[in-house]
Design a protein around this ligand. Structure first.
Ligand code: ZN
Ligand code: MN
Length: 474
């Protein structure tokens, strides 16, 4: 029998506005517990919320980036439920009339590009955090109460863990380009719930949707979807029926665990928020916001392919964060061999940089361009270039000074190289026999020997040529 997996995601993203959504408290991660609070975000009787304009701007940018309709009128509602991290007893959110609807994100799949629908983007507020101490006490930190969120609700358009990860990747890189959230899953500024069920493709029968809560990494999302697909197929094949459930992912046991049979919409008793008027945004105001938006990752990637003649994959990597893309573009202004540049940035530079921490290198783009010019002009060979770059990362300094200090200037003098070649040939008669017998690879070994004798300063291409000529003449 064959089955289809049906996946939809709900993604909560904390917006990096200066202040909270409905009060003037500072919006910043961490801090001494319960110091960034006021009567409004604690929901004290009589306190009145005032909507933060910056929150609307950020949410509208997200809506625009994901091709949504942005409504002129939207409405805030109270979502009522009790939980210790929610002192007010309700969360301010948008439900029936959200700011943005009907967008999409395009992802790459093994079968080509695929559009994943975005059902809605709504503005809401975050809750506090419960901290569990070693003494089995639970302590409450309300600093996060009222931090602005957007909830991005996708359509159930994904059909595998891979697609879900690609979707999250696209959402994250876009929001980071917009600079409206740092999207750190490990700090909770991006959180993902998965809705998943399966369909029997022959009978059309579908399993009950399971919602997997609060996954804290892309990897966990992928694995939870793969696990849950198998679990639901097994249930269906055994003829067992399940109710809608809420589950969590256990990263150690690598399985989903039942938390509860699901609440329904009615349990929350949504009501319009009486203390906030409907939100109106004019087209004119929106246009001003959109004007401030940077070029987004997908467009930029396409432009990199076009302007720098890069393969798709390279362009994808180089535009994965805005800082990295800016850096490559700065460099491309100084160094015109775009392919060589991309190879060095993707290899030697990126393996020393943790993009999750932002793109930081301890030297200017111009310094790297200078180094690459030394390599390209044959002043130093490729390996020497790598050594210099390493020194630039570890000790700092300008490439020219480092080349001199490290004695890496490449030999320009062919006769000096020739004498090393002669020595090596004399010392390795058996290698010559092997090469004559057709083992071409052995020449690499001999090149290595010459490079060693020259302390890395010989030009490997010249050495290679000299060796080939001399062996042929023997
Ligand atoms: Zn406050
Ligand atoms: Mn929500």
């Amino acid at each position: 029998m064959s089955y289809k997996t049906i996946v939809g995601l709900e993604i909560h993203v904390e917006l990096s506005t200066k202040t909270k959504a409905f009060c003037g408290c500072e919006n910043k991660y961490g801090g001494e517990p319960n110091t960034r609070v006021c009567p409004v975000c604690l929901g004290m009787p009589g306190a009145l919320p005032v909507l933060n304009k910056e929150v609307v701007e950020y949410a509208a940018m997200a809506g625009k980036a994901f091709h949504c309709t942005i409504h002129e009128k939207s409405v805030f509602e109270r979502k009522n439920y009790f939980y210790p991290d929610l002192v007010k007893g309700y969360q301010l959110t948008q439900n029936q009339h959200a700011l943005c609807n009907n967008g999409y994100v395009e992802i790459e799949t093994e079968n080509g590009p695929k559009k994943i629908g975005i059902h809605q983007i709504q503005i809401e507020e975050d809750t506090g955090k419960a901290l569990h101490s070693d003494e089995r006490d639970t302590l409450m930190d309300y600093n996060r109460c009222g931090v602005p969120l957007i909830e991005i609700v996708s359509d159930p358009d994904m059909s595998s863990g891979e697609e879900a990860k690609a979707f999250l990747e696209a959402i994250r890189s876009t929001l980071r380009y917009l600079d409206i959230s740092d999207c750190k899953m490990e700090e909770g500024s991006m959180r993902c719930d998965v809705n998943i069920n399966i369909e029997d493709l022959e009978t059309g029968e579908r399993s009950a949707i399971a919602e997997i809560k609060n996954l804290n990494s892309f990897r966990a999302v992928g694995r939870a979807i793969d696990f849950e697909t198998k679990r639901q197929i097994q249930l269906m094949e055994a003829g067992e029926k399940e109710k809608k459930t809420t589950r969590r992912w256990d990263d150690v046991k690598t399985e989903t665990v039942l938390m509860r049979v699901k609440y329904t919409e009615n349990d929350y008793r949504f009501v319009p928020e009486g203390d906030l008027p409907p939100l109106y945004v004019s087209q004119e105001w929106l246009e001003k916001i959109f004007d401030r938006m940077p070029e987004l990752p997908k467009k930029r990637k396409e432009r990199f392919v076009r302007d720098f003649q890069l393969p798709d994959y390279d362009a994808q990597v180089l535009t994965s964060t805005k800082d990295l893309a800016d850096y490559y573009e700065d460099l491309a202004g100084e160094f015109k061999d775009y392919t060589m540049l991309s190879n060095w940035v993707m290899g030697e530079v990126l393996r020393r940089v943790d993009l999750e921490e932002g793109f930081h290198v301890p030297f200017e783009a111009k310094d790297l361009a200078d180094l690459l010019n030394l390599v390209k002009d044959g002043k130093i060979n490729n390996n020497a270039g790598k050594k210099v770059l390493r020194a630039m990362f570890e000790e700092g300094g300008k490439p020219k000074d480092l080349v001199e200090k490290m004695g890496l200037l490449q030999m320009q003098d062919t006769s000096a190289m020739e004498s090393f070649v002669d020595e090596v040939l004399k010392e390795n008669p058996e290698s010559i026999e092997q090469i004559k017998a057709g083992k071409d690879r052995v020449i690499g070994f001999l090149v290595g020997q010459v490079m060693k004798k020259s302390k890395g300063k010989a030009n490997p291409q010249v050495v290679n040529k000299l060796l080939a000529e001399k062996i042929k003449a023997l």
